[in-house]
Design a protein. Structure first.
Length: 242
């Protein structure tokens, strides 16, 4: 990167982010500062932005704007690392990555109503999973969680009715209302997933899991399961440093 390209690329990336915020927030009064727009954008869209990086970029942009030019060339120029970082952040904000692109591939375990519960317990032991989609004839029937299984076991112990061959179909009656999942398509972006897994503004509870299917329909086989434990990876994927 030469001196001139850095001076062009940094403000171009900054302006692209600024224009994106203006468009999404429907504000064109010219009086709302960049940092304020970034904060409003994050709040209104219930998403995570690398606000410290954006604040630093705003300070740098202001400093560059007020520097004199000599012979048509800027008196100050951002270093290549800064330019590359703001360009990465621009791309993540304007065209964020999908969840499937960010999260590591891992085996997905789902169970039918007639599957033995011991198979679920074995999956918990092997992979430490806590949530499992229940599918019957490829149609989603509910979310089986370790909390649900614990309630089932507690009930059976209290009544001395534990049966060796008991199936998954015995457990859903112990599912609590907040143990739910929503179905999304493979095009779901990281900010969209973060928003879905975050507590809603009305004070309710977010879904326990997001189930990715071919087109986001519950009658399709699950492709991936996204849970709250994935949030640190999703948030990190939207930072300027990655």
């Amino acid at each position: 990167m030469d001196e001139v390209s850095g001076a062009i690329r940094f403000p171009a990336a900054f302006t692209a982010i600024e224009n994106h915020f203006t468009w999404k927030l429907q504000t064109d009064d010219g009086r709302t500062g960049f940092v304020r727009m970034a904060e409003d954008y994050a709040r209104r869209h219930h998403t995570r932005l690398d606000l410290p990086a954006l604040r630093a970029f705003a300070d740098l942009r202001n400093a560059l704007v007020h520097h004199d030019y000599y012979g048509g060339r800027p008196g100050a120029d951002p270093v290549p690392e800064i330019v590359e970082t703001i360009e990465r952040l621009r791309d993540k904000i304007i065209s964020p990555p999908t969840v499937l692109h960010v999260l590591p591939q891992r085996p997905l375990a789902s169970f039918g109503l007639d599957d033995p519960l011991r198979s679920v317990l074995e999956e918990i032991r092997r992979h430490h999973y806590s949530q499992f989609p229940i599918c019957d004839d490829r149609t989603y029937r509910g979310l089986l969680t370790t909390n649900c299984i614990a309630c089932w076991l507690a009930h059976r112990l209290a009544t001395d009715e534990i049966v060796e061959g008991e199936t998954v179909g015995a457990a859903p009656e112990f599912v609590e209302p907040h143990d739910r999942a929503i179905h999304l398509s493979p095009k779901t972006t990281v900010p969209q997933a973060i928003k879905k897994l975050s507590p809603p503004a009305d004070g309710g509870l977010p879904p326990t899991a997001l189930i990715i299917t071919h087109s986001g329909k519950p009658h399709e086989s699950p492709l991936s399961l996204v849970v709250a434990d994935d949030l640190p990876v999703l948030v990190a994927a939207m930072s300027a440093g990655t």
